[in-house]
Design a protein around this ligand. Structure first.
Ligand code: ATP
Length: 627
């Protein structure tokens, strides 16, 4: 019992993400199955009617019967064709529906994945899983199901008919079958291996193309086109070689199946022919036998194709499961709603926060034969915990409601990482970060995003009209709200100057805007949400100092100003900060305001002087600044 259950259980586990679809479309599958039974039953009647017609002719009986058989045969042929068309369109539609559902599921899962995975996964590979692998799944669920069911039904329906006509001749005709089964078993594993390799290589190639398009400017700047092309050719060569191995294997199968069918036909002639001459077999039996064998040859020959589609489908489901199995790190945490009004003196409280970046946390199977529960693994592919590097050390701080906190420190001191933790972009430990006294790890995602907005260093804009980008977090707001936010971000005048104003279509990732415009558009997008807490990570790096000061002053002078934590790179921001946390090597080394730090911290003094010098140079280079 165990022996039977274990492989079946393993298989069901492997296709676990497909089982809900079998459940959802169970009626459609049953209906498709019934249509296929009807199609094959109708097809299986044709050789039998031929036998009756020929036997009637042989006996020299009246033409009326023969005409009736001819009419019946014609009707049956039409019926079989109609049923086959209906069955095929029906089953193909199921495949399309599953394909659509899986694409939606996969896309939704990508939205839930956390930042560390995107740090290490290759975008192109994720794209290829969402496109190529889901197409392979459609083939598995639609045409694959159709051909497999068809082949099984042909054997189930035709074999008894042949045995009933002549058991001995049937056994002889099917002599090559065991060899076919053995060959199929041998080839299946290798087909899976090559299918998986082709899918992985294709994923790598998609990632390459994606990087080439994104990095076109860099490639041209360094005149690396030829070298880059060469690397691409090497990748395509590898894919080609794997595809060739795959095709060779697949190519072997079809002739093998055709040969076994031909051998069966030869046996029928060699054994059945003398039977007809000796009178042990009627000509009708002989013709029916040949007809049945022809019926069986088609699915037998298609077996190679079926196996390929099935193995490619299994490779696809393995690759998709690696992504679909990943659960967000806070999925199991109990949820606790934030209070609508502040209940504690601190909007933000951080207690002894330690944070580690995982190294080389990539999506890959554990072993060559995809294991069921793998998902995230190390470069070694052994599923052990990836190495981690501690980036934040024992951070403790508080931010009272409405305060403006500045983070300062040298490059790589951990400022952005701290903001990423605060915005829960990265998984955070429980009991370390609190919003309004509620453990951040327990705050429901949707609520968190209404209360807290983070604008990172490099903000992405979507290839949509500017208005849609600005209202992205509050799509129900009207255009007036977008204009107000643009005004607060000192971006409104430039929008007015654009020929299509708010309806201006933004290029991919905001490419058609200048760096400074992109940053202010991203700030305006955050302001539309009107969050209680605003996290700003060095978002003025492409904006001149005066514009930065202008925006910041306007923001801070608002009576309803949010609690703000900002990575400060300019002196004006530091001067306005209620509290400055000075960071060094992942630690908070000094705390105070500008005046107190100028007196107590040599690191702060040095940073401040550097900033001042940089700003003076900037002013000299760019005398024309925006208001
Ligand atoms: N996604 C990541 N994965 C692994 N390590 C990272 C990641 N992001 C940053 N680091 C490392 O963490 C350290 C702190 O980086 P972080 O970006 O927080 O510094 P920062 O103070 O914001 O620097 P900057 O002023 O240049 O923006 C650096 O050593 C950096 O290499």
């Amino acid at each position: 019992m165990n022996l039977i259950l274990t492989p079946i259980g393993r298989f069901l586990h492997r296709i676990r993400h497909l089982l809900p679809h079998y459940q959802r479309y169970r009626r459609a599958f049953v209906w498709g199955f019934l249509l296929l039974i009807a199609t094959n039953a109708s097809a299986a009647l044709i050789p039998y009617l031929m036998k009756l017609a020929i036997d009637t002719l042989q006996r020299g009986e009246g033409m009326t019967d023969v005409k009736t058989y001819a009419l019946l045969l014609a009707l049956l042929a039409v019926l079989t064709a109609l049923l086959r068309i209906r069955a095929r369109t029906h089953v193909f539609r199921i495949g399309r529906e599953v394909e659509r559902d899986m694409r939606n599921l996969y896309h939704a899962q990508l939205q839930d994945l956390e930042a560390p995975l995107f740090d290490h996964a290759r975008t192109g590979d994720l794209v290829s899983r969402g496109i190529g692998d889901i197409t392979a799944l459609r083939m598995f669920m639609g045409p694959g199901f159709l051909q497999l069911t068809n082949a099984s039904l042909v054997y189930i329906l035709v074999l008894p008919a042949m045995l009933w006509l002549n058991p001995w001749l049937t056994l002889m005709a099917l002599l090559p079958l065991p060899f076919v089964v053995i060959a199929a078993r041998q080839l299946t594993k290798r087909l899976y291996r090559y299918s998986r390799m082709v899918a992985d290589r294709f994923g790598g190639l998609t990632a390459f193309v994606q990087e080439s398009v994104a990095g076109m400017g860099v490639i041209r700047t360094y005149a690396r086109e030829d070298a880059w092309n060469q690397r691409f050719y090497e990748e395509t060569d590898k894919l080609y070689a794997t595809q060739q191995d795959h095709a060779r294997l697949q190519g072997m199968f079809q002739p093998l199946m055709l040969f076994s069918g031909g051998l069966g036909a030869w046996i029928i002639l060699a054994v059945g022919g003398p039977g007809v001459v000796q009178g042990n077999l009627t000509v009708g039996d002989f013709v029916a036998f040949t007809g049945y064998l022809t019926l069986m040859i088609q699915p037998t020959v298609a077996l190679g194709w079926i196996l390929t589609v099935m193995q490619r489908g299994l490779a696809a489901i393995d690759r998709l499961s690696e992504v679909l199995d990943i659960t967000p790190s806070n999925a199991d945490h109990p949820q606790q709603a934030l209070h609508p009004e502040p209940t504690t003196p601190y909007a933000i409280e951080i207690r002894h926060l330690n944070f580690f970046y995982q190294q080389d946390r990539r999506i890959a199977p554990r072993s060559k034969e995809a294991a069921p529960s793998h998902a995230v693994t190390t470069a070694a592919g052994d599923g052990t915990e990836p190495a981690a590097v501690q980036t934040l050390h024992d951070i403790t701080l508080t931010v009272p409601h409405g305060h403006f906190v500045g983070l300062a420190g040298r490059i790589g001191s951990g400022k952005s990482t701290l903001l990423r933790c605060l915005s829960r972009t990265y998984p955070i430990p429980q009991g370390s970060l609190f919003l309004d006294g509620v453990d951040l790890a327990h705050v429901p995602e949707a609520q968190l995003r209404q209360h807290l907005t983070m604008t990172p260093q490099e903000s992405l804009l979507f290839s949509r009209p500017l208005l849609e980008n600005l209202l992205y977090g509050q799509p129900d707001e009207d255009e007036a709200c977008a204009w107000e936010a643009a005004r607060n971000a000192a971006f409104d005048e430039e929008v007015e100057g654009m020929p299509q104003g708010m309806e201006t279509l933004i290029g991919e990732r905001g490419i058609t805007l200048s760096g400074g415009q992109r940053q202010r558009a991203a700030l305006a997008r955050a302001l539309v949400v009107n969050p209680r807490i605003l996290l700003l990570d060095d978002i003025f790096s492409s904006v001149d100092a005066r514009t930065e000061a202008h925006i910041l002053n306007a923001l801070l002078d608002r009576p309803d100003r949010p609690t703000m934590v900002m990575v400060c790179q300019r002196v004006a921001a530091l001067h306005r900060a209620d509290t400055i946390y000075l960071m060094d090597q992942g630690r908070i080394c000094e705390t105070g305001n500008h005046q107190s730090l100028m007196q107590s911290s040599s690191l702060y003094q040095a940073l401040h002087t550097e900033m001042q010098r940089k700003e003076q140079l900037e002013e000299m280079e760019q005398p024309e600044v925006q208001p």
